[in-house]
Design a protein around this ligand. Sequence first.
Ligand SMILES: Cc1ncc(COP(=O)(O)O)c(C=O)c1O
Length: 339
Amino acid sequence: MIDLRSDTVTRPTEAMRQAMFEAPVGDDVFGEDPTINRLEEYVAELLGKEAAIYAPSGTMTNQIGVFVNTRRGDEVFVHEGAHIFNYEAGAPALISSVQVRTLPGAGGVILPETLRAAVRPENVHFPHPSLLCLENTHNGAGGKIFPLEDFAAVAAEARELGLRVHLDGARLFNAQVATGVPAREWADLADTVSVCSSKGLGAPVGSLLAGDAETIREARRARKAFGGGMRQAGVIAAASLYAFENNIERLAEDHRRAKRLAEGLTEAGYTVEPPETNIVLVEVGDAEGFLKALAAEGVLVTPRSASAVRFCTHLDVGDEEIEAAIEAAGKISVETLKQ
Ligand SMILES: Cc1ncc(COP(=O)(O)O)c(C=O)c1O
């Protein structure tokens, strides 16, 4: 099977497994795991932040971000297609007891005026507005990059309105590689930043939340409360460290393959959104029918809506698999699916 469902399906390479095998470990709840300490310092430095904390998943680092930046009953602003709102099992309400307000915006970009219109003034009837969450790249929008100037504009508006800013940067390094803008430039504009090693970077597990030292100290307490305090977890953190050290630049290959995929699928008659990074959204008419037919040809993708599907490139698929996926899609009758 050629698995293009997600960049989370990658398996650790021999070299990554070797790094895991050799990792020095200690009890991380006591702050004594040398591999985790190194990883946290490495990622803090990469993002230009004072500190970072390691956690099992991007959902946990996002939700710790929501938790440490808010109080119960506050209002949190997110894009309507955001992962935090759509795919984290209602965690902002469940864990932080906050009210989430969704905002529209093409390509996952929230405009300053959209934010300003949504944030209500101080009044006993209204919740305290306290946090804006942004996502880069934007998964729901098809791996779209949040341009730095737009990001800076809405973050500045948020500050003026008294909000803190959290960045869901699960795929922030895809944005870095695609634009040449260092990830830390986006990170500079946010109070807390979540990054994942288990998406395009190829680690089996592991995300980090970065921010100022005091916020990350609070994040450490929150992680314990969420059940994310781990012990000799250096054995898995070593995979994340390996991923950040070795697999960022190669994301360019995933982007190149996504472009080739888009080109091939367009030639095969599909309506394809030109990809900016490693996600390709394709209009197929009948998504369910297409998924079944494509799976029968040995290729897996995910549904995006009733009529669209998502292809995602990653480090476990090479040029040959991309050509095979294009060929498989070409065998399916676009006209039949569109009826
Ligand atoms: C944009 C975004 N944020 C957060 C997450 C959550 O990461 P995890 O699956 O590690 O909880 C994902 C997962 O795909 C994601 O795409």
